[in-house]
Design a protein around this ligand. Sequence first.
Ligand code: TYD
Ligand code: MG
Length: 490
Amino acid sequence: MAKTRTVFLCSACGATHPRWNGRCPDCGTWDTLESFREPPAAATAASGAAHGGVAEIWVDPAGAAPVVKATALPDIETVDVARLPTGVAEFDRVLGGGLVPGSVVLLGGDPGIGKSTLLLQAAGRLAAGGRRVLYVTSEESAVQTRLRAERLFEHEPGGGLDGLADLFVLADTSLPRVVEQARQVRPAVMVLDSIQMVFKPDLEASPGSVTQIRRCCTDLVYLAKVSGMAILLVGHVTKDGQLAGPRLLEHLVDAVLSFEGDRHHAYRIVRGIKNRFGTTLEVGLFEMTGHGLRELADAGALLDRSLPTRPGAVICPAVHGTRTLLAEIQALTATGILGAAKRKVSGLDTSRLAMLVAVLEKHGGLRLADQDVFVSSMGGMKVTEPAADLAIALAIAGAHLRRAVPSGTAVVGEIGLGGEVRPVHQLEARAREAARLGFTRLLVGRGGAGTVRIPGLSIEAADTVSDAIDGLDVSSSGGGSASSTRRRRG
Ligand code: TYD
Ligand code: MG
C-alpha cells in the first residue's frame, strides 16, 4: 500500500511545503506551517477512495465509474448551467444569479455576524420553492435550529414552518455520517454550518485542525461533483488565526463569499472574494432585524441623511458591481508626534491613505506630518476604489481646517500624484444615485462637468486638490487653530 506523505501546509495562504519552516516561503507569514497528512497518491488517482469513503458511500446512479478521456475543444458539449436561485435576492446577486449545481460555496465571516441566519433563510426559501435542502448544523442542536427557523419564517409569505417539509435538518459533526444522510435525502442544496466543526474519524488530527478542515473540504468538493448538489459551507474567521479562516480553503472551493459589517450596526454586506461563476464586484446588502436578515434592495437606506453637513464627513458615490452606493467617508486629525504620527483607516486602503496624505502635504498646502490621521468608511462598507480619493482628501482637509463640504454636495474623483483630480468611470450612474438621494451638487474631476446631465444635479469640476479644498465652506470654520491653518502655496 502507498505510504501517506506528510507535508507542511501554510494556514495563511494554503501553500504546501515538503519541510517545516518558521516562515512560509510563499507568503512570508511567520509560524503558520502545520503538518498535514496527504492521502496516498495511488489511492487518489484510483477512484476517490481517498475521499474518506465518499466514493464508497455515494453510489453513482450510473453504476460504473465514468470513462475519462480528453476531448477536442469544439467537440465539448455545452450544458446550460441552470442556476438555482436561493430566493434571497441580495444573496443571489452576489452568487451571480443563484447556486450552480455541483459547486461549493464558502461563506466566511466573524462569529455572530449572521452566517447561520442567512443560510437558514436561504434554505427555507429554497425548500418553500420545492427544492430539497439538507441543513447540517455542527454547532447548534436541531431544536435550536427549529426555534430559530420559527422566528425567521414567522413573517414569510407562507407563514411559519408549514410548507418546509423539504427542509431537512441534521445535527452532526462526523463527515461520513453527513455524507450518508446526504445520500439518503438527496438534496439539491446542502448547507454545512460550519466546516470547522466537522471531522473525519479516520484522521488522527483533531477537529478544526488544518488537516481536518482541508481534508473534509476536499471530500465535500468531491461529493458536490459526483452528486450534483450545491454545497454551502460556513467558515469562521478568527482574529489572528487564518487557521480557521477561508484562506486555507480558497483554492478548493468554487466561490468564497465574505459576510461583513459592523456587529454594532444592523447593516450587513455579503461580498464575493472569489467566484468561478460570476463577478466579485457585486455586494448584497442586508439589515439584521428581530426576524432575521432583511434584504436592502435600496442601498439608499445605508446613508443617514438626517445628519447635518459637518467638517470631516464627505459623501462619495461608490460603484459596487451594477449598483452605486453612497458611502460616507469620515476623517479626524489630531496632534500627534512629529515623525511618528499615526495613519489609521477602517474600510479603506491604508497605502492609498498614505499617498493622499502626501499629496495633501505637497499640493494641498496642509501640514499633516505631526498629525494623527484617522479615516473610516461608515457602516462597515469597504470602499477601495480610487474614485473615493477626492472624498477622502476633502474629509481629511475638512477635518483639519474645520471646513465642511457645502451642504447637498457629493464628491467623486481620483487624485493623481501631481495633485490633479481625474475623472472616474461610470460617472452617470454615480450622478444618478446622488440625485435620487437628494444631492443637488456633485463635485467631480477635471473635464467631468459637461459629460453628464442629470436634472436637479449640478455637476462641477475641480481641477486640482487645492481647488477642491478652496471650495470647502468657510462659514463652518469655527476659527481654525494655529496648527490647522493652511500654508500659502507658491
Ligand atoms: P448568527 O446567524 O448566529 O451568526 P453566525 O452564524 O455568523 O455566528 O447570528 C448572530 C446574531 O444575529 C446574534 O447575535 C443574534 C442576531 N440575530 C438577530 O438579531 N435576529 C435574528 O432573527 C437572528 C436569528 C439573529
Ligand atoms: Mg453560526
